[in-house]
Write a protein that binds this ligand. Structure first.
Ligand SMILES: [Fe+2]
Length: 358
């Protein structure tokens, strides 16, 4: 249920039911806050200073869906990937086929969720449910691969294939000794060469079963290739690397960098994005990186950010070319809009972090 709530009755924690537009809605119509945004004291203070009379509030935070994937769906996908990964080599073809079909059903729901989300800003950290690295990693890579595929306008049918390839991209790791896979330290040369066999092992296992398409297999076997030809197993380069492999490579590295691992701390999403941008054209395909940048957002609209020049600002709009440099308005003077990507005066200013409360 949606209620119009006068600004003086607003409380932190309430959730916006409709987009809230900025100062001059007739000329710029810049979105100030998105529907689904949980209000903080700073948001409410800002509305008072802008003379906003009131806003539409969602009665329950559960009824709007700012999160990309709900808990049940996460659980369903994780259960399916776990079943397929744990399956024994001796398992009957019938059971194997049944597991793939179940995973397919869960993936269809996942794709529909992502395709039908108008503003998809992937927060992979919110996807993690358990400590289990492999299954969470598979889910994170799958969600991001679908989002990249959507932003590259891959057909709906091929999104299903891409999602399956992403979900199963590391299945070959089940054939690498578990103490190597889970070793909480740097791998020796010999150990690393064993790990490097996993794309081909995954390819072989699944192609023998004849249960997934050639497209899916192409993504699995090539997800560690690099566009500069320095990847593995085949040292394929550029566009000779299948598109699914190029997409999964980008999703894989982003998720791996931002994941908490026992032997190292995770990178901040902003650092991982910097890394991906910096490796565009060498490790990652430029077109795929552009697709990635269009769908990932470390600073969602409405978030309050600290700038390196000391100012505090609110994110008003994303910049697709660089999600680290959005369009913001100043907290102290909301009439000042700054395009951190295009405004030369702000080239040396960066966002240093989010501000929780003012
Ligand atoms: Fe891998």
């Amino acid at each position: 249920m949606v209620n119009f709530v006068p600004v003086e009755k607003l409380k932190p924690g309430m959730v916006l039911a409709r987009d809230l537009y900025g100062v001059d809605s007739f000329t710029s119509r810049l979105v100030m806050l998105r529907a689904g945004q949980t209000l903080t004291i700073s948001h409410i203070t800002k509305m008072i200073s802008l003379d906003i009379q009131g806003v539409y509030i969602q009665e329950s935070a559960e009824t709007v869906a700012p999160k990309v994937v709900n808990t049940e769906l996460k659980q369903e996908v994780l259960t399916q990937v776990k079943e397929i990964f744990d399956i024994s080599e001796k398992t009957s073809e019938y059971l194997y086929a049944e597991n793939i079909q179940h995973a397919n059903d869960a993936l269809e729901k996942l794709i529909n969720t992502i395709v039908n989300t108008e503003h998809l800003y992937v927060d992979l950290a919110s996807l993690r449910m358990y400590d289990d690295c492999t299954y969470n990693h598979s889910l994170g890579v799958t969600v991001l691969a679908i989002a990249i595929g959507k932003s590259l306008r891959i057909s709906r049918k091929n999104l299903s294939e891409l999602a399956m390839a992403a979900l199963l991209h590391d299945i070959g790791k089940m054939q690498v000794p578990v103490d190597i896979i889970q070793k909480p330290a740097k791998l020796s040369k010999e150990e690393f060469s064993l790990v490097k066999e996993h794309p081909e092992k995954g390819y072989k296992t699944l192609s023998q079963k004849n249960l997934v398409s050639e497209l899916v297999l192409s993504g699995i076997v090539s997800h560690h290739e690099r566009v500069d030809g320095n990847g593995y197993p085949n040292k394929t380069s550029g566009k000779d690397i299948p598109l699914f492999g190029r997409i999964i490579a980008c999703a894989d590295v982003y998720d791996a960098l931002t994941a908490q691992r026992p032997y190292r701390t995770s990178s901040k999403p902003t650092d991982a994005i910097e890394y991906i941008m910096g490796s565009s054209g060498r490790q990652f395909d430029r077109g795929v990186v552009r697709g990635f940048l269009r769908c990932i957002s470390p600073y969602p609209v409405g978030s309050c950010v600290q700038l390196s020049n000391g100012d505090v600002a609110v994110v008003a709009e994303q910049n697709e070319a660089n999600p680290l440099r959005p369009i913001v308005f100043l907290m102290d003077d909301p009439t000042v809009m700054i395009d951190m990507y295009a405004d030369k005066k702000y080239y040396n200013v960066v966002i240093t972090g989010e501000v929780e409360e003012m």
